[in-house]
Design a protein around this ligand. Structure first.
Ligand code: SF4
Length: 485
């Protein structure tokens, strides 16, 4: 069963009650946090790099329209064909069309959150096209018929026993094992055959450099390099916010990305794709065609709002998730969105609208850990609070976010309206507060999710009005006594 953001509360409850999920995430998150801490021993160094990266991304967002035009010009000059997609549907149609155009039958894909976002595998599958994931984590979740639970470690919710069982059941001739090296070798053997037979390769993009028309791809397994070089056609899929101005912006972003994501000083592979193979070059020198599909899919809505624009700075490192007390306990599937955790809580409302996602911003203690570790300094807690407000606005308020006001019920609106009416009339206010004061003892009988885990506040023996009256009477008496002396 696929999870959905509308069923977030039930899914979170189920995840909390599952000891295997709790244990898998606890172990993995502790490990990742420790690794990150090890590569950022000096807080001052992190802060300096963070400020630098924030400026680079902010500048890129300020100049986004011009940089996207420049990227298109320079990619085209390099021989990369650029396509624009306003929605997920349009992006899928473009990619599907490119596969048909080349009579593609064997499609391999590198790790890409953008293609998860547009649900490319489902789209191609529905058209009879088999697209195999080649990142080991993605391969595991695809084999299991699941979705990634983390943006960097897609199969982090599974332990070695579960993966061993999965391979035993789904891969022909494989015995059950929990030995990690053996499991990796099984995956490697399966995938290598698919790489060699593939005619279309699909990848994501980490940074798209406007000044040179270069597509940068960060990875550890070498599958990204295989996917972007072995098949004769390479299709790179990217959100429009991945554009940066120049090559010299890359090193600080790369350094922060790898350290924040996996605690590595540098990843094993950093691919810089500058176009298809040149005339007369051998087949092994790269694909004969490279395409770049640039996706909007709700990003311009976030871009239009100065505060929400910051969400587009995200470099998808996953550090906010690894440090979030909610994510680390419920895992990624409970959110029911492609991007889980704090970053998902602020991006998903723009991609899907607040009608479907208005519970997500409430799943935060606002402790600020996500903002503290974010390499580009996105003010996640502030944005969560803003989204909470947007969800509860009166429906008449126009804010530009799809579904604003969707969390506000008719009953709640009526209560606030009545409250306002009473507050504007002292006599009515007096009546209401007196009735409420009389009803206070009943508070303990009402069971709500709030007081389920909290002690019900005991009403004070006297109301504020009574206390004030009492004090006034007392001081009058005292005043009288002083006067007698
Ligand atoms: S919001 Fe920040 S910490 Fe979270 S994934 Fe994006 S860049 Fe990383």
């Amino acid at each position: 069963m696929h999870s959905t953001p509308t069923a977030f509360k039930a899914q979170a409850k189920a995840a909390l009650a599952d000891p295997v999920i709790r244990q898998n995430f606890r172990g993995a998150m502790d490990f990742l946090r420790g690794k990150r801490q090890g590569v950022f021993p000096e807080q001052a160094e992190f802060k300096a790099l963070q400020a630098c990266a924030e400026t680079i991304k902010q500048q890129a967002l300020d100049d986004l329209p011009q940089l996207l035009e420049l990227l298109e010009q320079n990619c085209t000059r390099n021989g990369i064909q650029v396509h624009w997609a306003e929605s997920a549907q349009e992006a899928n149609e473009i990619i599907d069309g490119l596969i048909d155009q080349h009579d593609g039958t064997q499609v391999v894909k590198g790790k890409s959150m953008a293609t998860e976002e547009i649900e490319l595998n489902d789209y191609l599958g529905a058209r009879g096209k088999d697209c195999i994931e080649t990142d080991m984590g993605e391969y595991i979740v695809q084999l299991a018929g699941e979705h990634p639970s983390h943006i960097i470690m897609p199969a982090i919710h599974k332990n070695a026993e579960e993966i061993g069982q999965l391979f035993h059941e789904k891969v022909a001739g494989v015995d059950y094992t929990t030995d990690v090296d053996t499991l990796i070798n099984i995956g490697r053997t399966q995938l290598r055959e698919r790489f060699m037979a593939a005619d279309i390769g699909i990848t994501g993009v980490n940074f798209a450099v406007a000044e040179t028309g270069t597509l940068c791809l960060v990875e550890n397994e070498g599958n990204g390099r295989m996917v972007s070089t072995v098949p004769s056609v390479h299709i790179a899929v990217s959100g429009i916010e991945k554009v940066i101005a120049s090559l010299q912006d890359t090193p600080p972003l790369l350094s922060l990305l790898t350290r924040s994501a996996t605690g590595q000083i540098i990843t094993t592979y950093f691919n810089m794709i500058s176009g298809p193979r040149g005339y007369g070059e051998a087949e092994r020198d790269g694909p004969k065609e490279v395409h770049l599909v640039l996706i909007d899919n709700g990003r311009t809505q976030a871009y239009a709002d100065e505060q929400f624009r910051k969400t587009l700075s995200c470099i998808r490192c996953g550090a906010c998730m690894n440090h979030c007390p909610v994510y680390t306990r419920i895992g990624g599937h409970a959110y029911g969105t492609v991007y889980p955790g704090p970053i998902g809580q602020i991006i998903s409302p723009h991609l899907l609208g607040l009608e479907q996602t208005n519970d997500l911003p409430t799943a935060s203690s606002l402790c600020g850990a996500c903002e503290e570790v974010c390499p580009v300094n996105i003010p996640i807690p502030n944005l969560l609070q803003r989204l909470r407000r947007q969800s509860n606005l009166g429906r008449e308020a126009s804010t530009g976010i799809r579904g604003a006001g969707s969390a506000r019920s008719g009953l709640e609106a009526l209560v606030w309206k009545s409250w306002r009416w009473a507050c504007c009339r002292p006599w009515a206010y007096g009546v209401v507060t007196r009735v409420v004061a009389l009803a206070r003892p009943l508070l303990g009988l009402v069971k709500t999710p709030w007081n389920k885990g909290r002690a019900t506040p005991r009403p004070a023996p006297k109301t504020l009005n009574q206390l004030l009256k009492h004090r006034a009477t007392g001081s009058n008496r005292t005043g009288g006594a002083h006067g007698n002396h």
